[in-house]
Design a binder for this molecule. Structure first.
Ligand SMILES: [Zn+2]
Length: 300
């Protein structure tokens, strides 16, 4: 019996070490010009890098008409096998608008996006705000259900947008950057976030769920994609299509909590289960991100 238990726990450890799976998702497309690239150039690099890394991603998009070449760029993602999903038409914050305005905004994006190839009826809440009280949460969930939508939740929340913002500020102030150092530090931060939420998943939910990482359609993600993929793979992760990730049992387990939904589904479910482990990521604070980039001498 003792031998069996040792073997079983060794097997469990191996499972957790080797079966870590993650899907990449990019929000806010079509995004405006970034710090260093024109939007179409950025997207051409992004699809090339994704192809070379063998990754199928999902793009959670707003109204394509936000940008003059918006439709063309979303079609580029779809033509390269990536999935397109709904992130609302104008990115409203559910904490600040009425339920009726919010659901109309979802429907508008649906009308504008649904004819694109590889469209999926997944809705990702802007700012991951799913409602401030249970009444609001239930109202939007009912609207999504009525329209055959499911929640395009995330499990790995990151601050990728902030690193892109620092890059923008540095370039605007005349600095240049060491690409290799920038991508190395960035990939490490993103993979640390993955490890953090996976540890929480194993501790609170008893297993490594199929993860979904939240990134944005930024210059940084285009130029550093290969570093990010390499770092995750070096740590024992493999990449899966978002179609597979959203088949995980947590996809049909809507959290009951209405107050902690904006840090991802694993976090919300862990809190419900009384998880008392660490909740502060290493790279959850903007000041520490900035300090690390300076320490690693990214800027020239
Ligand atoms: Zn967004």
């Amino acid at each position: 019996m003792k031998y069996f238990l040792i073997m079983a726990s060794a097997l469990l450890l191996m499972t957790n070490t080797f079966a870590r799976e993650v899907a990449l998702t990019f929000d806010d497309c079509p995004r405006k010009s970034g710090p260093i690239l024109k939007p179409l150039d950025r997207d051409l690099i992004l699809v090339k890098e994704l192809k070379e890394a063998g990754i199928t991603a999902a793009f959670f998009c707003n109204s394509p008409t936000r940008e003059t070449d918006g439709i063309e760029r979303l079609k580029l993602f779809a033509a390269n096998g990536h999935l397109i999903a709904n992130h609302s038409a104008s990115h409203p914050d559910l904490n600040k608008v009425s339920i009726s305005d919010f659901t109309k905004n979802i429907d508008q994006a649906d009308a504008e996006l649904r004819s694109l190839p590889n469209f999926r009826k997944w809705f990702r809440f802007p700012f991951l705000h799913e409602g401030q009280n249970s009444k609001d949460v239930e109202a939007v969930r009912a609207h999504l259900k009525k329209n055959d939508y499911t929640n395009g939740y995330v499990t790995v929340d990151t601050e990728d947008w902030y690193v892109d913002e620092i890059l923008r500020q540095k370039v605007a102030s005349g600095k240049s950057y060491d690409k290799s150092r920038l991508c190395h530090v960035y990939a490490k931060m993103m993979a640390d976030d993955g490890d953090f939420f996976d540890k929480m998943s194993v501790e609170a939910l008893g297993r490594s769920v199929k993860h979904v990482i939240l990134l944005h359609e930024t210059d940084l993600n285009a130029i550093c994609l290969s570093s990010l993929a390499k770092e995750y793979r070096n740590r024992g992760w493999s990449f899966i299509s978002p179609d597979i990730a959203y088949k995980d049992p947590i996809a049909s387990t809507e959290p009951l909590s209405t107050t902690k939904l904006n840090e991802g589904r694993v976090f919300a479910l862990a809190k419900e289960k009384g998880y008392s482990g660490p909740t502060q990521k290493t790279w959850g604070k903007v000041l520490e991100i900035e300090q690390e980039l300076n320490k690693q001498q990214v800027w020239r």
